[in-house]
Design a protein around this ligand. Structure first.
Ligand SMILES: Nc1ncnc2c1ncn2[C@@H]1O[C@H](COP(=O)(O)OP(=O)(O)O)[C@@H](O)[C@H]1O
Ligand SMILES: [Mg+2]
Length: 299
């Protein structure tokens, strides 16, 4: 049987004035799991995170962090948070900031090594006031790593990072998950989370509209899989005709089919024998799925 979740959110409702901004959210997150929480701006991702942190009170539902309520001492010890815009005292150096943080949290880490780890080795003795947004994010990540939290909440951690530092970021997220931390990554940028998370939850106007693995979401959405065939010699036209596919550049034919029909389609293609020299299968991308789940009109 699976262990208890690190984070368990049940039927969470939140109002801002008369507007309901969270609608009965249920969400569970387990040790070592990496969850992408996706949604357009205003979907409610930050509100959900602030509720988990106990920074705001929800009007309905419950949240448990390792069995503790948000904002309690036990929940705070278990949780690390990387806010959307990380702010530190500008006069401190990165090294000083981490040292102060380590003292407060009772840890005795190798601070220089930690700063090296997040790519701030060169800059660690410079004032934070001179750091770029990406560098402040890295310093924030160093703090998250230092705390060895049970739960890490990262709100738009890639905003302000260039593509290479995104790779660094995801390497650090993997490291957190490998040490058993449950990691929630809120993001409105999609493509980068595709390969990097275990599960994807999608929010739309305060409701959770999807929550599954990428493969699971694909199957539920029923979006077409693309089969791309390369024909031998001058067979492309004939193959397109026989399969109902579309001729694309050179000797290729593209067929769209539902996930359910995929195996039958593959068998039909195999029966074409030597006329087909190669085949690529292109599953729907997270972009397509995201569009499907975040925009579709729900009853
Ligand atoms: N401090 C606030 N006061 C009033 N409304 C807010 C506040 N913060 C967020 N909201 C509203 O709550 C909704 C969800 O916002 P938010 O959680 O920030 O979304 P996301 O992080 O997904 O972009 C939006 O409609 C937003 O306008
Ligand atoms: Mg937000």
């Amino acid at each position: 049987m699976r262990d208890e979740p690190i984070l368990k959110i049940s039927s969470l409702d939140k109002f801002r004035g008369k507007t309901q901004v969270l609608h009965g959210i249920d969400l569970e997150l387990y040790a070592g799991e990496r969850l992408a929480l996706l949604g357009h701006n205003g979907a409610g991702k930050s509100t959900l995170i602030k509720s988990v942190l106990g920074l705001i009170n929800a009007e309905g539902g419950t949240i448990s962090i390792c069995g503790a309520r948000p904002g309690t001492g036990a929940a705070r010890v278990a949780t690390a948070f990387l806010p959307e815009a990380v702010s530190f005292h500008p006069a401190l150096t990165g090294f000083e900031q981490l040292k102060t943080f380590a003292r407060l949290s009772g840890e005795k880490p190798d601070i220089a090594a930690l700063l090296q780890r997040v790519g701030l080795g060169e800059a660690m003795h410079r004032r934070i006031g001179a750091y770029s947004k990406g560098m402040r994010q890295r310093l924030g990540l160093a703090q998250v790593l230092l705390g060895r939290p049970k739960l890490a909440l990262l709100d738009e951690p890639t905003s302000g990072l260039d593509p290479i530092s995104r790779q660094d970021l995801y390497a650090i997220i993997d490291e957190l998950a490998a040490q058993g931390t449950a990691v929630l990554i809120a993001s409105h940028a999609l493509t980068e989370v595709e390969a990097r998370t275990d599960r994807i939850a999608i929010m739309r106007k305060g409701s959770k509209v999807a929550d599954d693995t990428l493969a699971g979401l694909s199957a539920q959405a029923g979006l077409p899989v693309k089969l791309r065939l390369r024909a031998s010699g001058d067979q492309a036209d004939r193959i397109a005709l026989e399969t109902g596919g579309r001729r694309i550049n050179g000797a290729s034919v593209e067929i769209l089919c539902t996930p359910q029909d995929k195996m039958a389609e593959l068998r039909r293609i195999a029966a074409l024998g030597d006329a087909v020299v190669d085949i690529d299968m292109v599953p729907p991308r997270l972009d397509d799925l995201y569009r499907h789940y975040s925009n579709e009109e729900l009853n």
